[in-house]
Design a protein around this ligand. Structure first.
Ligand SMILES: Nc1ncnc2c1ncn2[C@@H]1O[C@H](COP(=O)(O)OP(=O)(O)OP(=O)(O)O)[C@@H](O)[C@H]1O
Length: 277
């Protein structure tokens, strides 16, 4: 599995504080949907900021395509054309007067020609389904619209890896589905997407791989396996996911073959149940 960006032997402590992360060997593999889970304060945001260059690991190193990233202007500029982080609160990210101005800021700052900037903005707005909001002042957008505008700003940088800190938090169910559709479109266009979330059900449904931050370190593996492990979930302060719990219940009653995947959503269970004995 090719790791686009990775931390090797990495740790981080904020000034005057204890180490938040230590001994981290962890990377983002091309083409996989990766979810980060862990209790409040476990270090998810810190990990994402290390992977996207906002923080410098100490000790350890960050590598992009296998080469150590220098945390200087040239190194970080190169990193940011490949890896983009969208922070949790869109108001920490949006700063320009209109959606178009905000989304075009990154590509303009890269010195791209006007036509290329325009094409990237058009494509990012379309990907997040906010083309109609192009001229709207950012401060007049709804929270969900601001979330999508902030993500569009990162998408306009055409990153290979898009890292999202709790992108669905605060969105209503329809807003969550719209966002997941947008992420599915980005993934099929070749972008590797990583998200931090506290929503274990969403993680099971969405992710290929999971990284679970526990007091004894980061556990990494296939999302379906890791997030069906009750002990791991308890150690990470997470509740059990709905679909593995339902599958275990059905298996215990011989309603589901041992290796068959259970229904992934309540709607799928409702559709599946009538045909069962
Ligand atoms: N700028 C900072 N200065 C000092 N300590 C910080 C800073 N940012 C985070 N921390 C501390 O680092 C630890 C990890 O925080 P981090 O934000 O990475 O956790 P998280 O898993 O993203 O949490 P949450 O789920 O609440 O968003 C916490 O103990 C936090 O108080």
């Amino acid at each position: 599995m090719t790791r686009l960006v990775e931390l090797v032997g990495a740790g981080y402590a904020y000034e005057d504080g204890p180490a938040v992360l230590s001994g981290v060997d962890f990377g983002i593999a091309a083409g996989r949907a990766l979810v980060l889970l862990g209790r409040n304060g476990s270090g998810k945001t810190t990990l994402m900021r290390l992977l996207s260059g906002g923080l410098k690991p100490g000790p350890g190193e960050l590598r992009l395509d296998g080469a150590v990233v220098a945390h200087d202007r040239a190194g970080l500029t190169r990193l940011r054309t490949s890896v983009q982080l969208v922070v949790q609160d869109p108001d920490d990210q949006l700063f320009a007067a209109s959606v178009e101005q905000d989304v075009s800021f990154g590509p303009m700052n890269m010195g791209l020609p006007a036509g290329e900037v325009r094409a990237r903005v058009d494509s990012a707005l379309a990907a997040l389904d906010i083309t109609a909001l192009r001229d709207r002042p950012t401060h007049l957008l709804s929270y969900g619209q601001r979330k999508r505008a902030a993500i569009a700003g990162a998408v306009a940088m055409a990153p290979r890896v898009l890292i999202l800190d709790e992108p669905t938090a605060g969105l209503d169910p329809e807003g969550q589905e719209r966002l997941l559709d947008a992420l599915a479109g980005l993934r099929s266009a070749g972008t590797t997407v990583v998200m931090a979330t506290h929503d274990v059900d969403l993680a099971v449904r969405w992710a290929d791989d999971a990284a679970v931050l526990t007091p004894s370190g980061i556990r990494f593996g296939p999302a379906g396996t890791l997030l069906s492990d009750p002990e791991l979930l308890v150690s990470a302060g997470l509740r059990q996911a709905w679909s593995p719990a339902v599958a275990a219940f059905l298996r215990a009653r011989d309603l589901l073959a041992g290796d068959a995947p259970g229904p992934r959503t309540p709607e799928a269970l409702a559709a599946w149940a009538p045909g069962r004995p």
